[in-house]
Design a protein around this ligand. Structure first.
Ligand code: TYD
Ligand code: MG
Length: 457
């Protein structure tokens, strides 16, 4: 049998006859891996997909009757929120996350709840049935309609699905599923593409919903993520720090619902528990205010969330000061540091600077600029910010404070959690009515914010 060797990018699937240090398609370094193809290998994923494409002639948009997708709530509120109200019949959802974050636990819990009313098949290639049973007992699950199988061969998995006809299938995980018709090992782009393609085509043709678990490597990508993201209907990431109990479920693609919506869980000894009122959970209780700590109100999806920004500025011992950020964009941090130096006349260059968002949360919005900047200055000057104060605002390069979206829900949330004062952009403050139990301090620039926040009560 004639064979050919290709190098496939494990990130995006780009193929090249030669090895390359950097993928020309997605610019990922060191992602090319050797894969051997025989000339007469069938491309089955494609044929299954073409079978199910209807040959109807084009229709007028106005003549197409819409119907709402059939949704089954998983009854795990935080998961349903991220899915857009429940699991859609025939839809394929990719659950990505680092190993050990709790993907299997969440899926087993969801499977159990769904199996009280429908048939569920849990395909695990990673853990033995015995291990899963032990875990299920720990989670208190004992449903009669939950089927488990330990299998990694895609053909047999498809046979099981066809004969059992479940309403939901969980594949744990896609990286260990393989097709015997391809010589590549499980986990390579070819195998992942083939398995996910076949499973997706099957799900669509027989109307079974599918959860596919995919591991993300430390660098933050699932092997073959780009291909998987295109194949599946929804992509959900499970994030959090392994040491902390909090876990965040985040939709980054959703054909049947909103993106950017998050679900929040806490990992306990008997499984994941929903955190229904998450605001405030990321803030630690302190007896007295400490330098470098600032509370800000961010928006996650549609939900306001109070988070704690921590900054540490410490004189660096070596000639090379370090800068690190966790949960906040590093480039944005570097930009804010340069802006602080210039506008406040501070020399931060001989200090190590660290920014961290407590509890493993990631804050991606510019509305957190002001809180991060004040936190850095507060640590540098070793002066805590006032107690009961929340800081919200975007900061421009000339240190002007710019307005942010959805200011009212943020302020309301801060008020609800007992905060008394809120520093906000002056332009937003002008449009808001004064409120009796929340003092709003409108600021035009960073200097005004620092002056107010770091002055003793
Ligand atoms: P797991 O779901 O196996 O992670 P993944 O499938 O993403 O690799 O979760 C593993 C971790 O969760 C493991 O370190 C143990 C912990 N855990 C609990 O703390 N409580 C529980 O009830 C369960 C089932 C797991
Ligand atoms: Mg697992």
């Amino acid at each position: 049998m004639a064979t050919k060797t290709y190098f496939s990018c494990q990130n995006c699937g780009y193929q090249s006859p030669k090895w390359l240090g950097r993928c020309p398609e997605c610019a990922e370094w060191n992602s090319m891996a050797e894969e051997i193809f025989s000339n007469n290998q069938p491309v089955r994923g494609k044929s299954i997909i073409s079978d199910m494409v209807s040959v109807d002639s084009p229709q007028r948009l106005s003549e197409i009757r819409t119907k709402d997708p059939l949704r089954t709530p998983t009854k795990i509120g935080e998961l349903d929120r991220v899915l857009g109200g429940g699991l859609v019949k025939g839809s394929v959802v990719l659950i990505g996350g680092e190993p050990g974050i709790g993907k299997s636990t969440l899926m087993l819990q969801a499977s159990e709840i769904i199996s009280r009313e429908r048939k569920v098949l849990y395909v695990s290639g990673e853990e033995s049935l015995n291990q899963i049973k032990l875990r299920a007992e720990r989670l208190g699950t004992s449903s009669n309609n939950l089927y488990l199988v330990n299998e990694t061969n895609i053909d047999r998995i498809i046979d099981y699905i066809k004969s059992l006809k479940p309403d939901l299938v969980v594949i744990d995980s896609i990286q260990i599923v393989y097709s015997p018709e391809f010589s590549q090992t499980a986990g390579t782009v070819t195998q992942i593409k083939e398995s996910a393609g076949c499973l997706t085509a099957l799900a669509k043709s027989i109307g079974v919903s599918l959860f596919i678990i995919g591991h993300i490597t430390k660098e933050g990508f699932i092997a073959g993520p780009k291909i998987l993201e295109h194949i599946v209907d929804s992509v959900i990431y499970f994030e959090g720090e392994r040491r902390s109990k909090l876990r965040i479920l985040r939709a980054i693609k959703n054909r049947f619902g909103p993106v950017d919506e998050v679900g929040i869980f806490s990992m306990s000894h008997d499984g994941l528990k929903e955190v229904k009122d998450p605001s405030g959970i990321f803030i630690s209780d302190r007896d007295r205010p400490e330098p470098g700590i600032v509370i800000m109100a961010t928006i996650e999806g549609t939900r306001p969330l109070l988070v704690e920004v921590q900054a540490l500025a410490a004189p660096s011992n070596f000639g090379m000061p370090r800068q690190r950020s966790m949960g906040f964009d590093f480039n944005r941090m570097a930009l804010l540091i340069a802006m602080i130096e210039k506008s406040m006349g501070l020399n931060l260059s001989n200090h190590d600077l660290f920014v961290n968002i407590a509890g493993g949360v990631k804050v991606n919005e510019t509305a957190s600029d002001l809180a991060v900047s004040v936190a850095i200055i507060s640590s540098f000057k070793e002066k805590p910010v006032k107690e009961g104060l929340v800081i919200i605002g975007e900061v421009g390069l000339t240190s002007e404070v710019r307005s942010v979206s959805q200011i009212e829900p943020r302020i309301n949330e801060a008020r609800r959690l007992g905060f008394k004062q809120c520093i906000i952009p002056a332009s937003d403050a002008k449009e808001l009515k004064p409120s009796s139990n929340m003092e709003l301090i409108g600021v035009n620039n960073l200097r005004e914010a620092v002056q107010y926040a770091l002055t003793n009560n």
